[in-house]
Design a binder for this molecule. Sequence first.
Ligand code: ASP
Length: 410
Amino acid sequence: MKKEKKKLSLAVQIFIALVAAIIVGLLMVNHSDFATSYIKPFGTIFLNLVKFIVVPIVLFSIMSGIISMRDIKKVGSIGLKTVVFYLCTTAFAIIIGLAGGNVFKGLFPVVATTDLTYEAAEAVPFMDTIVNIFPSNFISPMVNANMLQIIVMALLFGFSIILIGERNQRIIDGVNTLNDVFMKCMEMILKLSPIGVFCLLCPVIAENGAKIIGSLAMVLLAAYICYFVHAVIVYSLSAKVLGGVSAVTFFKEMMPAIMFAFSSASSVGTLPINMECTEKLGVDREISSFVLPLGATINMDGTAIYQGVCAIFIASCFGIELTLPQMVTIVLTATLASIGTAGVPGAGMVMLAMVLTSVGLPVEGIALVAGVDRIFDMGRTTVNITGDACCSVVVSNLERKKEARKGSQK
Ligand code: ASP
């Protein structure tokens, strides 16, 4: 009798890769050059492949979703629910970050602030962020992988296909077929994720291992506790109450995406795997294909938490006590700052400059946390993508209920 070979699921494979990366990374702390020169490039190849597929996946899956809805109003209703959910959860996140920062303040190290230098990138005015959502060129959104512009493009094309009426059958078939082709391509690339996760994470641990144990350990711990509290309270409750999915199921199905985000520190890079995970949670593809790419660019709860904790830490190093109105300003700025920031590694640190400036804290304070930014980033990206997924579960459930109500009224 032929023995059937039992295959480990992708989630288990990724988990093994993650643990292996941590162990090997720690063993290589004194040989981080080798890890950076010879292991990291394979991680980069994998991440490049994921980034390569993410643009056509977003473009075609949104178009295909809209075409199948055949309803422009429905897209508007999904969009509104999504944006409201994103803004509310981000505001919660920054409040948790500030509260956590204040609770842990007494334990933070006092690092000398003389000789600090940090060159902040010029802040983009808020109105420019809005203007930049709309593409002025047919090709550039795809070339620059600008997710918000790609979403606008996909919406315009999708609506146009619906509006040309009868003549659209051939293009509908074309879009759906291309969507299937890109999905297949993505599936092939994602099979490599265990290797990708190992090669991305191992050099980070080898490089940062010693730093984690260093003086910023308390600040990192504070941020990670807040990330955890936010995920457990806000996402578990929303998934259960608004999404109709238990917390255990939610986090269990999300594990592959969570581990991937942790290793890659890129929300955009995690998009394809996040789509797969949410599909397993019962989210309709037409909804996830719209809600997730939007979230990867505008919803950054983890980043907001990080900004709250770091603002308190930096202020305490400079001997500044933040007042309540200043904290309210941080909540508003951090919530707005999360819109228009790319879901790529390190983006949150650039935004921190904007938050610090808004309350008159010295921008060079960023230099205090810059050395371990990647460690903060792994956690914040994990929270960011979990928030996106939670939103898709909630919106999908609310839309389904709405349809059911409509159906029963007929
Ligand atoms: N790396 C984060 C993300 O991709 C953004 C950040 O740096 O906070 O979501």
